[in-house]
Structure formats: structure tokens, C-alpha cells
Design a protein around this ligand. Structure first.
Ligand SMILES: [Zn+2]
Length: 294
């Protein structure tokens, strides 16, 4: 069901105009804009960065391995999903993996920066419903069987509010697929450059999910085998600028291949139910408790 962000009325019509107050979110380049005041790219995410991300993602060990993991978990836990939303879909890279994992489901992707949606549209095609949105105000109620947010919540100061909004936007029996950076002791210049609000403590995301009305189905660390490398970067690397961050994603192919194989081994373990206690990332699958009304 759609939800008017102006008067909170729920409605099921095909058009976005609210039948109660008449409000309709504006259209820009064919896509709905629900939070126009936040839609422009800023200094941390200039418009060209979205296109640059798109170029490096296909070859980066990190983006490839994370996509394989997300695809595997979506197939295992959400195979019957009829509609899903990815929040913070950026250039559409994760959205393409979810689309492959759930080929019969309706595909929706949201992003705060309008410029990224143009890149996403090119990647996933016009079959996906892409819109600009602030995750703290989701214009749906009981609509999706799966909501994914992959390395998104750490950017948002009020992550609890986002989890509550996700709870309302999920259909009965629906669930979450979340990934976040983990362990505050790994905090580095890269987190600052990416404008992270936090790296999650062990158990922190699970606790916040429970408080928002979810049950934890599965939780594990990821990027465990690369912890020594992450620690080296944390203690040895001098503060770098955005160019330094780009270089980390453009490794020689032999190094990229080795790192990918390490993460691919972890991915196989996790998708078959294995868990790792520590790691640079945390992945959580949670189900909506239908009895909880927030
Ligand atoms: Zn309204």
C-alpha cells in the first residue's frame, strides 16, 4: 500500500496522488522524488563519483564478493518474495544481484541522491521502479516481502527510525537483509571519508532490529579472513583523500583475485549457515514480528 508523506493516509490506487489531501510527490526525469530537499549530490558524493563507482564495481573483489553473498542469502531466505525494495541502491549494483536472485519479484530501488538513480537505471533497466527517498520517511505500508540495505545504515544518524520505517513498509512475514561495517576499533580515515556515523559493535544491529519489532533469523560477520589486512590499513596508512580510496578498489588483478577468493570462501560458508564471530562487516537477516505495532 502507498502512503502519503504529507498526511500519512494509506492508499492503493495506481497513481501517486493522495486521495485524502491531493498531495503528489514531484516527478523528475521520470522518477518520483519524495525528499527533494536532500536529492542533490554534495561534497562527499559529487555527481561524477556515482559514475566512477559504476566503472570499478564489476572488477573490485569487495563489490563482487559482497554481491555474491547478498544473492546467495536472498535465494536462501527470500525465495518466495513477490516484491522487494533496496534502500540506498546507489548505482544499482546490489539491485542487479537481487534481481537475479529473485527473478519473479517486483524490483524497487530507492536512493537519496537523484544523480545515482540515473546510473542505476542504466544498469538495471526500466523494469525496476526507482525513486528518490529519505529512508527515515518511507512512502509505503505493508508493501514489500524483502527490504535490503547494504552498507547504508551506518550513514544515517537515526538508524533506529529507519528500522521502524522498514518494519511498517514490510508485508506480514517480510524481512530484512542488512549489511553494515563492524567493530568500532576498526574505525579509520576510510570511514570518515565515507561519512559513516558509526561502525557497529557486536550485537548492536541485532539489538536495534529487535527493538524495532524484528526477530533475528541469521547473523554473521563477513570479511573475517581479511581482518589482518584491515588492521594494517588502520594502523599504518596515513590519512588519505578520495583518490586513495579509489586506488584501494583498483588493485592489480593478482591481488584482487586472491582477496576475492578469500571472501568467496567465506561466502560459501555463510550461505550454507556458517557463522564468523569477527570481521570487517556484519550481515543480518531478520523477520518482521507481525504482532508488533510501532
Ligand atoms: Zn495525503
Amino acid at each position: 500500500m502507498r502512503r502519503c508523506l504529507h498526511c500519512q493516509t494509506g492508499f492503493t490506487s495506481a497513481a501517486w496522488q493522495c486521495p485524502h489531501c491531493g498531495f503528489a510527490p514531484p516527478l523528475r526525469e521520470g522518477r518520483r522524488v519524495f525528499a527533494p530537499e536532500l536529492a542533490e549530490s554534495d561534497e562527499a558524493y559529487p555527481e561524477e563519483a556515482h559514475w566512477r563507482f559504476q566503472e570499478l564495481q564489476d572488477n573490485s573483489f569487495w563489490f563482487r564478493a559482497r554481491n555474491d553473498l547478498i544473492q546467495g542469502l536472498a535465494e536462501r531466505y527470500f525465495a518466495s518474495a513477490r516484491a522487494f525494495l533496496e534502500i540506498g541502491c546507489s548505482t544499482g549494483y546490489v539491485l542487479s544481484a537481487l534481481k537475479q536472485a529473485l527473478p519473479r519479484a517486483r524490483v524497487c530501488g530507492s536512493e537519496i541522491y537523484s544523480a545515482a538513480l540515473a546510473v542505476a537505471a542504466e544498469r538495471v533497466g526500466e523494469t525496476a521502479d526507482l525513486f528518490q527517498m529519505d529512508a527515515r520517511h518511507i512512502p509505503f505500508t505493508a508493501e514489500f516481502d524483502l527490504i535490503a540495505a547494504c552498507d547504508v545504515l551506518e550513514h544515517i544518524a537515526d538508524d533506529r527510525a529507519v528500522l521502524q520505517e522498514m518494519h511498517r513498509a514490510l508485508a506480514p512475514g517480510g524481512g530484512l537483509l542488512l549489511t553494515v561495517p563492524q567493530h568500532p576499533w576498526l574505525w579509520s580515515w576510510a570511514d570518515e571519508l565515507a561519512c559513516h556515523q558509526r561502525r557497529y559493535r557486536s550485537g548492536e544491529l541485532e539489538e536495534k532490529c529487535r527493538q524495532a519489532g524484528f526477530s533475528i533469523v541469521f547473523t554473521s560477520s563477513f570479511v573475517t579472513s581479511l581482518l589482518p589486512l584491515i588492521l594494517l590499513r588502520r594502523f599504518l596508512a596515513r590519512k588519505r583523500d578520495m583518490d586513495g580510496l579509489w586506488k584501494e578498489h583498483a588493485l592489480p588483478s593478482w591481488a584482487n583475485g586472491i582477496l576475492f577468493r578469500c571472501l568467496d570462501w567465506e561466502r560459501r560458508r555463510i550461505v550454507s549457515g556458517g557463522r564468523f564471530p569477527w570481521g570487517g562487516s556484519r550481515v543480518v537477516i531478520a523477520r518482521k514480528n507481525d504482532s508488533v505495532q510501532l
